[in-house]
Structure formats: structure tokens, C-alpha cells
Design a protein around this ligand. Structure first.
Ligand code: SAM
Length: 247
């Protein structure tokens, strides 16, 4: 009989944010597949779990996937974890999941912490409908396309961003989000957890020094306002669409 592939969510900061079920699964499986084994060892040591640990990250070669699938088809149960939060979400694992499903292996989600959900629920921004875009691409064309999507979004948009890119991203967002509210959710579940609110311009005007990990929540566009286009001059109308096409 095939083993099962468990996708186990781990904390995004506070080590208490792991479920009882996740801990049990981590204890019961034959092997834990981790993104960065040194990082995961900190958690496993904290939980006093000693387990066969192998690495699987975004640069892992096909042989590594085959090795994992071979263990599963050989009847071994495996827990896949990432450095933080929910595996597969802007983290490695998607390929393994697809391959496992293709050969009939049971894939079991073990839910828990996820930065985008934690940020969204405390942001005060509409959580009924949202679109998660992960990290904005760096390649100019792709980035411009995503920024256009954000500019035209009819629901809340959520982004992940690295601290050294947050200012550049806010500058890009300023061009297309105008008066829309933005929330920067920083260092969630950690000592310096912070929510900063404002339009992109207001956030940039704070001249802050970005530190730690960030989720960006962007309010949907208020397209009822488009009715007010009637009141815009031709120049203003032109500038509005130019700003949606900034590259
Ligand atoms: N799989 C993870 C999850 O479930 O949220 C996300 C992994 S992704 C590689 C890492 C990004 O998630 C960071 O760059 C940041 O944007 C966001 N992130 C992770 N932990 C965070 C935290 N504690 N506070 C704010 N953002 C966080």
C-alpha cells in the first residue's frame, strides 16, 4: 500500500502556532521533507521531534522528486513542510503534490498558519472576495501586467514582498492604486508585529526603514467612481489610463 503525503503547516513566527494534529503527524510520519533542513530543525527541536529529515527546495532536481515519490510508493508516510507557514503557498511542494496525485497517492492537508490569511483577517479590508498574487515578478513586462491587474482589481489583492523591495513596490502601487487603502502587515505573530494603514502615498511619506517580513493588502478599486469619469477632463482621463500602463 502507498504511503500518504501530508502537507503540514508550521508557524510563521510564533512557535505556538502549530496545531495538535500537525505535531502528531510530524511525530508519526517516517520522513519529514523540509525546504531548509536547518530552519526546520529549530522547530523540530522545539517540539522534541527527532525524525529522518530530507531537503526539498525550489532548486531541487527531478531525482529528488523521484526519491520522495519512491518512498511514498514504497509505503512510507511523508510530511512536507516549508520554512514557514503553509507549504505550496509561495513555497515549494506544488510539483510533488501534482506528481503524487497523478500516481494515486493520497495527499492530506494539515492546515495552520498562513501569512496571507493572518494579514487579511486583521486588515479591516474586505475579506469576502480576494485575489492572492504572491510575489510581484521582477521582469518588467510581467510586473507591468500584474500591476495592471491590481489597478483593475474588483476584489481585495494580497501580495507577499521582501523588505528590500517594499519601497519600490509601494512606488509602483502608488501609480495605480491612487486613493485605495493599503495595509502593510509586518512580522505577523512575532514580537514586532505591526499593521500600518494608508494609501500608497501616505505609506511612502512615512519614510520608514523596511524591516522583517511583509504582506501587502490592497483594497479593491472603487469602480463606481468610474461614473465620476463623466466629471473628468480629457487630460485627467488620459492620465488615469496612462498610470495603469506605467511601463
Ligand atoms: N508559505 C508561507 C505562508 O504560508 O504564508 C509563505 C512563504 S513565502 C516564501 C514568504 C513570504 O510570506 C514573506 O516574504 C512574506 O511576504 C510572507 N510572510 C511569511 N511570514 C510572515 C510573517 N510572519 N509576517 C509577515 N509576512 C510573512
Amino acid at each position: 500500500m502507498y504511503g500518504k503525503l501530508y502537507l503540514v503547516a508550521t508557524p510563521i513566527g510564533n512557535l505556538e502556532d502549530i496545531t495538535l494534529r500537525a505535531i502528531r503527524i510530524l511525530k508519526e510520519v517516517d520522513t519529514i521533507v523540509a525546504e531548509d533542513t536547518r530552519q526546520s530543525l529549530k522547530l523540530l527541536n522545539h517540539l522534541e521531534i527527532q525524525k529522518n529529515l530530507i531537503s526539498y527546495h525550489r532548486h531541487s532536481k527531478e531525482e529528488k522528486q523521484k526519491e520522495i515519490l519512491k518512498m511514498l510508493t514504497g509505503g512510507k508516510n511523508i510530511a512536507l513542510i516549508s520554512d514557514a507557514g503553509t507549504p505550496v503557498i509561495s513555497d515549494p511542494g506544488e510539483e510533488i503534490v501534482k506528481l503524487a496525485l497523478e500516481i494515486g497517492i493520497e495527499v492530506v492537508p494539515i492546515p495552520g498558519a498562513c501569512a496571507l490569511i493572518s494579514a487579511l483577517i486583521a486588515s479591516g479590508i474586505d475579506a469576502k472576495e480576494f485575489c492572492f498574487l504572491g510575489f510581484l515578478p521582477l521582469a518588467k513586462k510581467l510586473r507591468a501586467k500584474k500591476l495592471r491587474e491590481i489597478g483593475e482589481a474588483k476584489n481585495t489583492v494580497i501580495l507577499y514582498e521582501a523588505p528590500h523591495k517594499i519601497i519600490a513596490t509601494l512606488k509602483d502601487l502608488e501609480e495605480i492604486t491612487c486613493e485605495r487603502r493599503i495595509v502593510l502587515a509586518r512580522e505577523l505573530t512575532k514580537i514586532h508585529e505591526e499593521f500600518v494603514f494608508g494609501t500608497a502615498k501616505e505609506l511612502l511619506d512615512k519614510n520608514f526603514e523596511p524591516r522583517g517580513e511583509y504582506v501587502i493588502i490592497i483594497e479593491k478599486g472603487n469602480f463606481d467612481k468610474e461614473e465620476s469619469f463623466i466629471n473628468m477632463s480629457i487630460e485627467e482621463h488620459y492620465m488615469y489610463y496612462e498610470n495603469l500602463r506605467i511601463y
